[in-house]
Design a protein around this ligand. Structure first.
Ligand SMILES: Cc1cc2nc3c(=O)[nH]c(=O)nc-3n(C[C@H](O)[C@H](O)[C@H](O)COP(=O)(O)OP(=O)(O)OC[C@H]3O[C@@H](n4cnc5c(N)ncnc54)[C@H](O)[C@@H]3O)c2cc1C
Ligand SMILES: *[C@@H]1O[C@H](CO)[C@@H](O)[C@H](O)[C@H]1NC(C)=O
Ligand SMILES: *[C@@H]1O[C@H](CO)[C@@H](O)[C@H](O)[C@H]1NC(C)=O
Ligand SMILES: *[C@@H]1O[C@H](CO)[C@@H](O)[C@H](O)[C@H]1NC(C)=O
Ligand SMILES: *[C@@H]1O[C@H](CO)[C@@H](O)[C@H](O)[C@H]1NC(C)=O
Length: 548
């Protein structure tokens, strides 16, 4: 690409009409910020649109009580030296406030905001094959042109609220976790309830249990939570000289983190050795007990049961009430351990053990109605409450894409094309959508990777592809349909060899009624995934058509 120095240095307002860009990014989270910084350095004319009113993506939008990352730092941050060298965290698992401060710090170094249009929502986009450009429509009525289109919308761009009859009649306060008001929700002395015990529910419950008058938790499936091991951190605890090594190990560890499996099957160890190993993983906190365990934990049901039994024993010891024990940590597994996302707890069980905290299993006694005074379950019981948190999660991974208003080069809508199942090539591109690449989306390691690890791997690859196209006069690059079909089959085949399809999880699209049940993530691991990307780069873009 020949860059006109004068043009590239003149700053263009991201809010101006008739923008004609090299690259448009959607989303100002880890992905969008990383892209903008790297692409702008190379001289591309690039902007970000985000519907939120500030930087941070997930961490700008999700600021419900207790919202906090479950991946520890420095694993969960950019590997960009200009950033990590100067930044110190105050805790091993930062909360949303500290993550927002981190993004402000990034901005102070990287000067991101000047190229972001906030409060700007993409509602339609298609690629014009003749012109070789994307046309992107936003809710402010603008149409923006860009040769490359990078939706970096994360996996949680669409919330999910079950269709409870009467929800709108509730006379108290009600909030979905990802639509939380900017001002604090006061629950002091109030009767509260939380619906849902996924990652979000656990975090809200843990906070509200400490300040509300009473709390009712509506649980469909117990969250098999493991200990967090939260710690305060001083600048001295953050040994920066080790960071390059840590950032390298997260590329080769399990789940984009620095864990390695125990290189043995569960039954290769004696009962006694196994207990010792489990104890060690438990004490280490973090995701150790989930992803650092025996290598057959997610492929062998009997092996998995050993992990489950250990977990149940640990948790049951924290609860006195027998009925609560059976709801929170039943002796029979509700599903194999770890095939739904376990949360990291600080004092979740200690809180639930208190007598003013009630836990209602709605597995076989579902919520049938919401009344002005509260919630009614199938057995006819009314639970009166003042404040309700809906921790009912997301139409995860694919929901945001279906909302982007995408259509392919033949005018077919993505939402229609994916009605029976998701199709991508390498979880980074979609056939019929040339010059469009995405990060942290469907059919990549996404929910099984630490965010920043995968995001940097994918973004670096996409930037190489863009550079190649620009240096070689390529008008557009488009994934082949056969390649996409094979990739999609591979996603399912890998998942089929594991225990993951046995649970109705959001990993499988099973939390939203009517959504196709399919594995939405590449389960082969981050190292294998980045190997595949590298292979394609070195082998003439196998699976893609390049058009001059
Ligand atoms: C509650 C919660 C907890 C999490 N905990 C962890 C964790 O412990 N470890 C981990 O690794 N990951 C975690 N994640 C995943 C987390 O999202 C990623 O780690 C990372 O933040 C993704 O960054 P991103 O930039 O790809 O997407 P995001 O940070 O999700 O940013 C996407 C942005 O796109 C914008 N957007 C979406 N649609 C549109 C549109 N149509 N128009 C304009 N803008 C749009 C959104 O407003 C948002 O700002 C968590 C996610 C959530 C929701
Ligand atoms: C981080 O800590 C170091 C050492 O104490 C200090 O020099 C630096 O200013 C701190 N960074 C920020 C952003 O506060
Ligand atoms: C649980 O609560 C009971 C009182 O109901 C208390 O005796 C017990 O110590 C508590 N358990 C824990 C682990 O805090
Ligand atoms: C989805 O399945 C239905 C029912 O089998 C079928 O009619 C429809 O054409 C399918 N859609 C796509 C995009 O394949
Ligand atoms: C995966 O398993 C499902 C259900 O058993 C089956 O229908 C499907 O064909 C399998 N797919 C692959 C690619 O193995």
């Amino acid at each position: 690409m020949t860059i006109n120095e004068n043009v590239s240095k003149k700053h263009i307002d991201p809010y101006s009409t008739n923008l004609d860009l090299d690259i448009l990014i959607v989303g100002a989270g880890f992905s969008g910020i990383y892209f903008l910084y790297q692409l702008r350095k190379k001289g591309y004319n690039v902007k970000i649109f985000d519907l939120a009113n500030g930087l941070g993506g997930t961490w700008k939008v999700n600021h419900y009580p207790g919202a906090r990352v479950d991946s520890s730092v420095p694993i969960y941050e950019f590997s960009i030296p200009e950033i990590w060298k100067g930044w110190n965290w105050s805790q091993r698992y930062p909360d949303w406030k500290e993550l927002q401060a981190y993004f402000e710090y990034c901005d102070s170094i990287m000067d991101i905001k000047k190229d972001v249009a906030f409060n700007t929502k993409v509602i339609e986009a298609y690629f014009d094959k003749i012109e070789g450009k994307w046309l992107i429509k936003t809710d402010d009525g603008r149409i923006t042109k860009a040769k490359y289109f990078l939706p970096c919308i994360g996996f949680a761009a669409k919330e999910y609220v079950p269709d409870f009859p009467g929800l709108e009649t509730f006379k108290g306060e009600i909030h979905h976790s990802s639509n939380w008001p900017e001002s604090e929700v006061d629950v002091n002395g109030k009767k509260c309830a939380v619906i849902g015990t996924g990652s979000t529910g656990v975090q809200i419950i843990q906070e509200w249990a400490k300040i509300s008058k009473s709390l009712i938790v509506f649980q469909r499936t117990p969250n098999l939570c493991i200990p967090m091991g939260q710690k305060r951190l001083t600048p001295n605890d953050q040994k920066k000289e080790k960071y390059p090594e840590i950032f390298h190990s997260r590329l080769v560890g399990v789940g984009g983190m620095t864990f390695q499996h125990i290189p043995k099957n569960t039954f290769e160890d004696s009962e006694e050795e196994r207990e010792k190993n489990f104890e060690k993983l438990w004490a280490a906190g973090d995701f150790s007990f989930w992803v650092g365990g025996y290598k057959d934990c997610f492929t062998n049901l009997n092996a998995n049961k050993k992990a489950y039994d250990f977990w149940a024993k640990k948790i049951r010891a924290l609860i006195t009430d027998e009925k609560k024990k059976d709801i929170l940590a039943p002796l029979e597994p509700p599903h194999p351990f770890g095939v739904k996302r376990p949360s990291l707890f600080v004092d979740y069980y200690e809180q639930l053990n208190k007598s003013n905290i009630e836990i209602v299993s709605v597995k076989n006694n579902p919520i049938i109605e919401v009344k002005p005074e509260g919630i009614v379950t199938a057995d006819g019981k009314l639970y009166e409450i003042d404040v309700l948190a809906l921790a009912t999660g997301f139409d995860a991974i694919t929901g945001g894409f279906k909302k982007l208003g995408l259509s392919d080069i033949n005018g077919e809508k993505l939402i229609k094309q994916w009605e029976n199942g998701t199709k991508t090539y390498m979880g980074i591109s979609i056939s019929g959508y040339p010059n469009m690449f995405f990060t942290y989306g469907p059919q990549a390691p996404t929910a099984f990777s630490n965010g920043p690890t995968l995001i940097e791997i994918q973004a670096d690859w996409i930037i190489k592809v863009i550079d190649y196209c620009e240096n070689n006069g390529i008008k557009y690059i488009d994934a082949r349909e056969e390649a996409q079909t094979l990739w999609t089959k591979e996603i399912t085949a890998i998942a089929n060899a594991t225990l993951f399809p046995l649970a109705d999880s959001w990993y499988m699209g099973a939390n939203v009624p009517g959504k196709p049940k399919e594995m939405l993530n590449f389960l082969g691991g981050v190292p294998k995934y980045s190997g595949i990307l590298q292979y394609v780069l070195e082998n003439n873009f196998e699976g893609f058509n390049l058009v001059k």
